[in-house]
Design a protein around this ligand. Structure first.
Ligand code: PGA
Ligand code: ZN
Length: 432
């Protein structure tokens, strides 16, 4: 049989869910199998993420075009891997990184590199006639000592949006619900969806708007986190579920967005808090409400604050590093060494290749840190994160509200994979 190689790579400037240009890349193999991958984009982007390359030419898409990144794919990146074995994802990714040559992918852009890395992964799965999740599981053997069996993740649904994802006054970016008391993914998701319906009814009855933010959650004109949580608790009750048993509340304040000169400035709530006061505030919220997870509770560089937050709340609440870790194995390592946080948010485009993403997950899991595979606020029809969550047995997935196809497409992929391949659903204790 002829050796399988990468025959061609195509790239297109397409649009994400905010109408911002993004990249679709297609890897075509010598056996004529191929696949397309689309790259997402963040709004509350962390300082330590790999660079997203944009044209900066104000005459096109307000400077947000990606035509230069597309050219990098067609030239430098294509040259670095053409003719190689696509099944050796590690070599492909190493070559892509070498072509860039910088520590944060600032020469060619993490968006162009990820598009190729992910399209290569997807095309390889097609060529091997494997569902993507299974192929991911098979290559993870070389990366992870645990390489846990595929499992459906517990969903985290962001049903109320604030911060930079919405045009309201709420300081915290995300108010999520996590259904946990269920035996299947589908029934857990159904719980989340029914709560979402009730939240809409409640908002209407209180004359609040029901338009949605970037991640599909409602974006009512509320001011404080307490008001948002109280509404969600009412919606849980109205839908016949029990908060703290069937379903929990998760927060993503995205604190780096409102941290300035060593103060957490909550304009909606009218609070100016020192790191110690912010920790006390989060502690008050967790003792008052059934909150089981807080992401980016403190700033991405506030390592001292994070240590004390972890000492204060780490044994009872999942503390998730998103901007803090930026899916970067070096930063995750520091977190593990300094006992900072206990969970890692995984976003492929924060680091820029599949191999580094797998490494980040393996490192976290091997050290007892929980992992949550995540979308970005700017998304596309690409559903690879659903397969990634299953194939790596991440335990949890965060991919928005059950509204807007850019969010729902991931949930639909999970529903179908669960039913078609009879994959088990993560139990409550395994998830958290
Ligand atoms: P982003 O937000 O995709 O806009 O960065 C998501 C998050 O903070 O989790
Ligand atoms: Zn976040």
């Amino acid at each position: 049989m002829a050796k399988l190689t990468i025959k061609d790579i195509l790239a297109f400037e397409v649009l994400d869910s905010r109408g911002s240009p993004t990249i679709a890349a297609e890897v075509i193999l010598s056996d004529n199998n191929s696949s397309m991958a689309y790259v997402p984009s963040g709004a509350s982007t962390g300082k330590h993420e790999a660079l997203e390359f944009r044209d900066g030419d104000k005459s096109r898409y307000h400077g947000r075009g990606v035509s230069k990144a597309i050219n990098f794919i067609k030239n430098e990146l294509k040259e670095s891997i053409i003719g190689l074995d696509p099944l050796d994802q590690k070599v492909i990714d190493t070559n892509l990184c070498k072509a860039d040559g910088t520590h944060n992918k600032s020469a060619l852009g993490a968006n162009s590199i990820l598009a190729v890395s992910l399209a290569n992964l997807r095309a390889s799965a097609v060529s091997r006639s494997m569902p993507l999740y299974q192929y991911i599981h098979s290559i993870n053997k070389q990366v992870s000592k645990l390489n846990k069996e595929p499992i459906l993740p517990a969903p985290m649904l962001n049903i109320l949006n604030g911060g930079v994802h919405a045009d309201n006054k709420i300081d915290f970016q995300e108010f999520m619900i996590q259904p946990l008391g269920f035996n299947t993914f589908k029934s857990a998701l159904r719980c989340g969806v029914e709560i979402f319906y009730e939240l809409k009814n409640l908002l209407k009855s209180e004359n609040l708007i029901t338009s949605v933010g970037d991640e599909g959650g409602f974006a009512p004109q509320l001011a404080t986190a307490e008001e948002a949580i109280e509404l969600i608790l009412k919606a849980i009750k109205a839908s016949g579920y029990e908060a703290g048993k069937d379903v929990f509340v998760c927060l993503d304040p995205a604190s780096s967005e409102f941290f300035n000169e060593n103060k957490y400035i909550l304009q909606g709530a009218d609070k100016h808090l020192s790191p110690g006061e912010m920790i006390s505030y989060l502690k008050t919220l967790t003792s008052k409400y059934p909150i089981n997870s807080i992401e980016d509770g403190l700033d991405e560089d506030d390592w001292e604050g994070w240590k004390s937050l972890t000492e204060t709340l780490g044994s009872e609440v999942q503390l998730v590093g998103d901007d803090l870790f930026a899916t970067n194995p070096e930063r995750i390592k520091r977190g593990i060494e300094e006992s900072v946080a206990n969970s890692v948010l995984i976003k492929m485009n924060q680091i820029g290749t599949i191999s580094e993403t797998l490494e980040a997950v393996a490192l976290s899991q091997e050290n007892g840190y929980k992992t949550i595979i995540s979308h970005r606020s700017g998304e596309t029809e690409d559903t690879s994160i659903a397969d990634l969550a299953i194939g790596l047995a991440a335990g949890q997935i965060k991919t928005g509200a059950p509204s807007r196809t850019d969010r729902v497409s991931k949930y639909n992929r999970l529903i179908i994979l669960e039913e078609k391949f009879k994959i088990p659903f993560v139990g409550k204790n395994e998830a958290l």
